[in-house]
Design a protein around this ligand. Structure first.
Ligand code: ATP
Length: 435
C-alpha cells in the first residue's frame, strides 16, 4: 500500500508548488468546518502515473457547496454552485478552477418544502464511477493529508495497466463508458481487462449502444479522434464493432486503414509546421472515416450525431465544394502537368484547413498533394504589396475594378512575375494603359 509520505513526495515532485499549497488550503478549510475533503478521480490517477493534469476534482463528505463558499471567502475566489447536484466550481482570480462535489445532496422536492437530504458516502460516490483507475481518492485534511484511499483495487490496476469496470452492469447503466474505456486504454497505453472486454462485446450484441443519443455518441467519438493517436482508438472501435454507429457502411478495410494512415501523416506534417494554428483536427479524421458516404448519407450521419447546425452545414458544404475544386485541380494537373501558383491559390482559397488536409490525404495525385502543401507553406497569406490607396493615386475610381486589379497583381506576385512594389505598380499601369 502507498504511504501518505509517498503521495506527498509525488505531489512535491510532480505538481507545481502552488497546486500543492492549494491542496493543503482545501484540507485546512475542511478542518475548520469539520468536513472531510478528498482529491479524487483523474487527478489522482494521473498523479500516480506521473502525467500532468491540472483538473482538480474534490469531493467533500458532507455539504460541498458550503465548503466551496467558505473556501472562496477565505481565498478571494468566486463560486458557481448547482444546488440541485450539490456541486460547485471554485474560480480563482486568475481563472484556475476546482470542481467540488458533495457526498451529501440536499434538494427540494417541491417549492417551499423542507430539503430532502440524501446522504451517501465517499465509497458509494466512487462506486458510481466508470473504471477502477478513476476511483482513487487522496485525503486532504491536516492529519491525514496524502492518505491514499483505494476501495476497489485501483492501485493494483494502475500498476498492471488495466482498465476494469466496477460491476457487470456498468455498460448497461451508461454505454458511453464503452468509448471511454477505449479512450483511456489508448491514451494511457493500458489494456481493457478480459472480463470488461467481454462485457463491452455483450453490450454491443444486446444493442445497448443503440440507446445512446447522437449527441453523446458524437462527444465520445470526437474525444477519441482528438487523442494524440486516434488510429489506435479507431482500430479498437472497429474490432469491437463500433464503427457502424457512425454509419453502417463504415468498415476498417485495408483501404480505409491506408486512408487513415495517410490522414495521420498529413495531420502530423501540418501540426509540426503550424504548432499553434487552431483547427478541428478531429474533423479531418471524421471526414476520412466518412469518405465513402454519399452526400445524403453524410448529411444523415451529421444530423443523427447532432453535429452543431452551423458546423454541419460547413462540413457538408465544404466537403462538396472541396470535392469539386480538387477535381478541377486534378484535371489541370492531368492536362498541363504543371499548374501555376495563382491557379492553386485561387482554387483553394477559402477552403477550411480541415477540408484541405482531408483532400491532401485523400488525393492519389502526388502533384495535387504538392499543390496543397505549397498552398499552406507559401501561397496562403501572400498579399499584393500595393493597396487600394495606391490604386486611388493611380487614378482608379473606387469600385469592383479594385478587387480585380489587386487579384491580378497577386497572381503576378504568386507566379514570381512581380517581385517588388514597383513591379506591381508597373503592372497596374500596363493594364490600365491597355484599357
Ligand atoms: P480526462 O483527462 O479525459 O478529462 P478524466 O478522468 O478527468 O479524464 P472526465 O471525463 O473529466 O475524466 O471525468 C471526471 C471523472 O468523472 C472521471 O475520473 C470518472 O471517474 C468520472 N466519470 C466521467 N464520466 C463518467 C461516466 N460516463 N460514468 C462514470 N463515471 C464517469
Amino acid at each position: 500500500q502507498v504511504k501518505s509520505r509517498e503521495v506527498e513526495a509525488l505531489m512535491n515532485k510532480h505538481l507545481p508548488k502552488r497546486t500543492t499549497a492549494i491542496l493543503h488550503d482545501l484540507g485546512r478549510t475542511g478542518d475548520q468546518l469539520d468536513l472531510t475533503v478528498y482529491a479524487v478521480g483523474g487527478f489522482v490517477r494521473d498523479l500516480l502515473l506521473d502525467i500532468q493534469n491540472m483538473d482538480i476534482d474534490v469531493t467533500v463528505d458532507g455539504d460541498g457547496i458550503l465548503f466551496a463558499e467558505t473556501f472562496a471567502a477565505q481565498f478571494g475566489c468566486r463560486v458557481k454552485s448547482h444546488q440541485k447536484f450539490g456541486t460547485a466550481v471554485i474560480v480563482f482570480p486568475d481563472g484556475f478552477k476546482i470542481d467540488v462535489a458533495s457526498t451529501r445532496l440536499e434538494y427540494y422536492v417541491s417549492p417551499g418544502a423542507l430539503p430532502t437530504v440524501e446522504r451517501s458516502s465517499l465509497k458509494m460516490d466512487l462506486y458510481r464511477r466508470d473504471f477502477t483507475v478513476n476511483t482513487l481518492a487522496i485525503a486532504l485534511n491536516g492529519e491525514s493529508f496524502g492518505k491514499l484511499i483505494d476501495y476497489f483495487g485501483a492501485y493494483r490496476d494502475l500498476q498492471s495497466r488495466v482498465i476494469r469496470v466496477l460491476h457487470n452492469l456498468s455498460f448497461v447503466e451508461d454505454p458511453t463508458r464503452v468509448f471511454r474505456a477505449i479512450r483511456f486504454e489508448q491514451r494511457l497505453n493500458f489494456k481493457i481487462a478480459k472480463h470488461t472486454e467481454d462485457l463491452i462485446k455483450n453490450a454491443v450484441k444486446m444493442e445497448f449502444l443503440e440507446k445512446l443519443g447522437g449527441r453523446r455518441l458524437l462527444s465520445e467519438l470526437v474525444q477519441i479522434l482528438r487523442e494524440k493517436e486516434p488510429l489506435k482508438g479507431i482500430g479498437r472501435m472497429a474490432s469491437l464493432g463500433l464503427l457502424r454507429f457512425i454509419h453502417p457502411s463504415i468498415e476498417l478495410t485495408p483501404a480505409m486503414q491506408g486512408a487513415l494512415e495517410e490522414t495521420r501523416y498529413v495531420v502530423s506534417w501540418f501540426d509540426l509546421l503550424y504548432l499553434e494554428r487552431p483547427y478541428e483536427r478531429w474533423s479531418v479524421y471524421f471526414l476520412t472515416l466518412c469518405e465513402g458516404l454519399s452526400e445524403e448519407q453524410f448529411l444523415g450521419t451529421c444530423t443523427r450525431l447532432a453535429v452543431a447546425e452551423h458546423y454541419k452545414e460547413r462540413l457538408v458544404e465544404m466537403r462538396k465544394e472541396g470535392e469539386r475544386l480538387i477535381a478541377a485541380l486534378e484535371r489541370k494537373v492531368a492536362g498541363s502537368g504543371k499548374v501555376e501558383n495563382s491557379e492553386i491559390y485561387f482554387t483553394l482559397r477559402g477552403l477550411p484547413v480541415e477540408v484541405l488536409l482531408y483532400h491532401m490525404a485523400k488525393s492519389r495525385s502526388a502533384e495535387v498533394k504538392r499543390c496543397i502543401s505549397l498552398y499552406f507553406t507559401k501561397l496562403d497569406g501572400m498579399h499584393p504589396q500595393i493597396r487600394g490607396e495606391d490604386l486611388k493615386e493611380l487614378g482608379v475610381a473606387p469600385g469592383p475594378l479594385y478587387r480585380e486589379l489587386l487579384d491580378l497583381v497577386l497572381s503576378a506576385r504568386l507566379n514570381g512575375k512581380a517581385a517588388s512594389r514597383e513591379d506591381e505598380i508597373r503592372l497596374v499601369r500596363e493594364v490600365l494603359g491597355g484599357v
